[in-house]
Design a protein around this ligand. Structure first.
Ligand SMILES: Cc1cc2nc3c(=O)[nH]c(=O)nc-3n(C[C@H](O)[C@H](O)[C@H](O)COP(=O)(O)OP(=O)(O)OC[C@H]3O[C@@H](n4cnc5c(N)ncnc54)[C@H](O)[C@@H]3O)c2cc1C
Length: 400
């Protein structure tokens, strides 16, 4: 059995690595490494444009819409190298969420109007699903859209809408029919974020960032042509969107990169003159995380190897989500363990605070570690909370 990559894939890896080392802008990579939330709109646009010009703006899209036609393994290599280079991985609400839905269920006009600007980085999207009383129980959402001539009129409120302050467009789940069972009455609408009646109010998150938002919609008028597919089918489209990238929920590339960063930090930091990585206590912690991450990686690779399989993997994907999100918390915890309390004195833009600000000799790796650690607390909530994933596994894998 051959467990390595083919020579062609290794050569592809070199090509991708070279491209990132030559073209990923250093200033964007620094901000990405620090984890500023939300990222600057211009950073997202600039980097997406660079990828687009290389033909790599949306590797997983069908070739006829600007995708690459790569195998699952090549996409995997691409993502590994993207993270190894600290190049930005952002804009998935656009390229990996709304675009596949428009490709699969949108009208010709929608594909023509929206895909190009996403691919070129001209327009960026946010996801308006969750509401104050509809998160895990998303079907209980209350925002309504009522048809009035050729327009829908939307009223309601969304919450936790990432990047709503910097997005040009949002894809919203709304109730268009309250007389049928909840899942049947939901529709999928494309809404321009500067439409009159929309108010966006940032929520400051635990690390100090302002990436999350409340979005209030008051008599927001949206042309009927912005309805994706059929009215009442939004739940099906939303499920398609959430299931599209089966292995993304493992956060594999982030976890591998951040574990490496933890090891690099521990190779620099010292305890009683000994490099932390060489102390038995820290080395044991690293080994525990590394072994579990390796197991996660093999699980992902097994799924990628089943690229064309029709097997129902919902329970496996839920298991990946649980392991991957807990792993985010473990690798960022390792970084904090390596740095100690000093790391907490850097703000969410990676800048030292108070008396630390006068000393310019802080290693570059200090900035952003606390933010990363704090925001990783959210990883077991978003994209389907851990308890809900466990319910799915209990039902699908164990028939409970
Ligand atoms: C950082 C971050 C970014 C986000 N970005 C977006 C975004 O861009 N767009 C968007 O639409 N939403 C976004 N969300 C919202 C996210 O999808 C919801 O937070 C998530 O679905 C959980 O819903 P909730 O917050 O309403 O919690 P609830 O559903 O109220 O859950 C509260 C607690 O109860 C538990 N629970 C709920 N139901 C069950 C059950 N049946 N059995 C056992 N336990 C249960 C949950 O696990 C959780 O611990 C984001 C959230 C976070 C934290």
């Amino acid at each position: 059995m051959h467990l390595g990559y083919s020579e062609e894939d290794e050569s592809f890896r070199r090509e991708v690595r070279m491209f990132f080392s030559e073209h990923a802008p250093a200033d964007i990579s620094r901000r990405w490494r620090v984890g500023v939330h939300p990222p600057a709109r211009d950073d997202i646009r600039r980097w997406q444009r660079i990828l687009y010009e290389r033909g790599w703006g949306a590797p997983h899209w069908p070739v006829e819409h600007g995708g690459t036609g790569w195998s699952a393994i090549r996409k995997h290599i691409f993502m590994e190298e993207l993270y190894n280079a600290d190049a930005m991985d952002y804009g998935w609400q656009s390229t990996q969420m709304v675009a596949p839905v428009i490709i699969a269920f949108g009208s010709d006009w929608q594909r023509e109007r929206f895909l190009g600007p996403i691919l070129r980085g001209d327009e960026f999207w946010c996801q308006g699903f969750s509401e104050p009383n509809a998160g895990s129980d998303l079907a209980g959402l209350k925002t309504t859209a009522v048809l009035d001539g050729d327009e829908y009129v939307i009223n309601g409120q969304k919450i936790w809408t990432s990047d709503a302050t910097i997005a040009d467009w949002g894809f919203f789940l709304v109730k268009t029919d309250t007389s049928v069972k909840p899942q049947r009455g939901i529709s999928f609408l494309l809404v321009k974020m500067d439409t009159p009646g929309i108010t966006v109010r940032p929520i400051v998150s635990i690390e100090g960032g302002k990436g999350l938002n409340e979005v209030f919609l008051e008599n927001v008028r949206v042309p009927k042509s912005h309805l994706v597919g059929e009215a009442g089918m939004g739940w099906t489209y939303a499920k398609y969107l959430l299931e599209k990238e089966r292995t993304a929920s493992a956060f594999l590339y982030f976890n591998k990169r951040e574990l490496q960063r933890a090891k690099d930090i521990a190779g620099q930091e010292r305890e009683d003159g000994v490099r932390l990585i060489d102390t038995p206590g820290f080395a044991r912690k690293v080994a525990q995380v590394e072994a579990d991450l390796m197991a996660l990686e093999w699980s992902v690779l097994r799924i990628l190897a089943e690229e064309k399989s029709e097997r129902n993997l919902d329970a496996v994907v839920s298991a990946l989500k649980i392991s991957g999100s807990e792993m985010q918390q473990r690798v960022t915890q390792l970084q904090m363990d390596a740095l100690g309390p000093r790391a907490m004195r850097f703000d969410d833009h990676g800048e030292p605070q108070g008396d630390l600000a006068v000393d310019e000799n802080w290693p570059d790796y200090m900035g952003g570690r606390t933010s990363g650690y704090l925001i990783a607390r959210a990883s077991t909530i978003y994209g389907g909370a851990r308890e809900v994933q466990k319910n799915i596994i209990a039902k699908l894998a164990f028939g409970l």
